[in-house]
Design a protein around this ligand. Structure first.
Ligand SMILES: *Cc1c(COP(=O)(O)O)cnc(C)c1O
Length: 431
């Protein structure tokens, strides 16, 4: 299968090129040239397969021509060696808990798969690969841990100083080895811009084999589609119409869900739930896409002012606002609403969502209240203990860190501080 840039100015790429480059030379994002539906035989068995088996089928559908089945199977099974349970919250409302991986956020799925795929490609070449990633929190930890000690790969994590939680920072800024953390005096959007500039810089690209591990990389997006099938399978044969709310920032997660739908998965409604950084919900209601600087919220992994995967969603729907709106609607939450939701869900239903999950919960609840014929699940994107303050405020209790997170707590930070200036980053990387 070939991959095409959403900007249409670059030649078609092979899987290897798309994954190693990350971003297309014209600045666009790679999409598979076509997305044929999965065969009926797959859906006939949907309720009989486990997560890795169904994921392997989806992976083979896209990557089967490029990677031998035994290697691909290994990658998929290694990636998904933790559970992704569907948990009943109340009434027709469920949550798909994606936080049982090593860094306790959904990004583990994409990062672990990408590390294995890149490792597969580099094992067959000599040149070292340099991974550049901008993070508002969870990407950095998932990527750093997914790639830690993978031979032939160096990772640089750029993050906005003072804008990620202490535990998040510990997860990517204390590893050392092949992982270097760069603390940028600026916003997440500055970090993302600097990474994009790096990919466009000829001199830097001659010196280093650069790749991006942000959700602009197809290798992260594809595996995220797996768990939408698993979510629907766990809802059961008699679930009827299913809605799915996805707390969104860069819109990679929901884009993977929309791809699953294009493959034939029956989710009748997607709800793009955001904090007050609501560029996409505004697009959905008004028809124009107007990026703007992000503002800080308590759901900080969604503080994105120019969501990069919107380009993929637009491409998937032929740039038609009407077609996009046929599958997806928006929902916006303020910080006060997020806090109130966490408190309410915890006191009423004894379920503790994290601030990001709370946005998804509220969006889904509102949709289900208006659609009595639907049931649905929201994606719980991170473990609530990662956002200790919000959790403790809502419950009035001290939150115990799960072992996966506690193991980072005592480590010392080792980060390089840089100003939000591409030339300074470039000099740093060249040395
Ligand atoms: C990254 C992240 C999001 C947003 O996901 P996107 O794919 O960027 O839309 C939501 N919640 C958490 C906890 C995250 O880490």
């Amino acid at each position: 299968m070939k991959y095409l840039s959403t900007n249409k100015q670059s030649p078609a790429a092979t899987l290897r090129e798309a994954v190693v480059k990350g971003l297309a030379p014209d600045g666009g994002l790679y999409m598979p040239e076509n997305i044929p539906p999965l065969p009926q035989s797959f859906f006939d068995r949907l309720y009989d397969m486990d997560l890795p088996e169904m994921s392997f089928h989806v992976a083979s559908h896209f990557l089967g021509e490029d990677i031998p089945p035994a290697d691909l199977k290994q990658m998929v099974y290694d990636t998904l060696d933790f559970p992704i349970p569907l948990v009943h919250v109340h009434d027709r409302l469920y949550t798909l808990e994606l936080f049982h991986g090593p860094t306790m956020a959904f990004k583990d799925v994409g990062a672990r798969f990408m590390a294995r795929l890149l490792g597969y490609f580099t094992a067959r070449r000599q040149q070292e690969i340099t991974v550049l990633v901008a993070t508002s929190g969870d990407t950095g930890s998932a990527v750093a841990n997914g790639f830690y000690r993978v031979p032939g790969i160096r990772v640089f994590v750029l993050y906005p100083k003072g804008q990620v939680s202490a535990i998040q920072e510990k997860q990517f800024a204390t590893l050392g080895g092949n992982i270097t953390a760069i603390e940028v005096n600026g916003t997440f959007d500055d970090c993302q811009r600097m990474v994009k500039q790096a990919f466009g810089d000829e001199e830097l690209n001659e010196r280093l084999q650069l790749t991006s591990a942000n959700s602009i990389n197809w290798a992260r997006l594809l595996p995220q589609s797996f768990y939408y099938f698993w979510g629907v399978a766990q809802m059961g044969k008699n679930a009827g119409k299913i809605a799915c709310a996805v707390s969104s920032g860069n819109f990679g997660n929901i884009c993977s869900g929309l791809i699953a739908k294009r493959l034939g998965l029956s989710i009748s409604r997607f709800i793009a739930a955001t904090n007050v950084n609501d560029v996409v919900p505004q697009y959905l209601s008004e028809g124009t896409f107007k990026p703007r600087p992000s503002v800080a919220t308590i759901a900080n992994a969604m503080d994105v002012g120019n969501p990069s995967n919107f380009a993929r969603i637009a491409e998937l729907y032929g740039h038609s606002h009407k077609n996009i709106c046929a599958d997806m609607e928006g929902f916006v939450c303020t910080d006060d609403q997020i806090r109130a939701t966490i408190r309410e869900v915890y006191s009423r239903w004894k379920y503790l969502p994290d601030p990001h999950g709370a946005v998804g919960y509220r969006a889904l609840k509102s949709y289900l209240d208006q659609h009595a014929d639907h049931s649905g699940f929201f994606i719980e994107t991170a473990h609530p203990a990662k956002f200790t303050e919000a959790a403790e405020e809502a419950t009035g209790e001290k939150i115990r860190l799960p072992d996966n997170l506690a193991r980072f707590a005592g480590r010392t930070k080792q980060a390089e501080e840089l100003s939000a200036d591409f030339e300074i980053l470039k000099t740093f990387l060249m040395n």
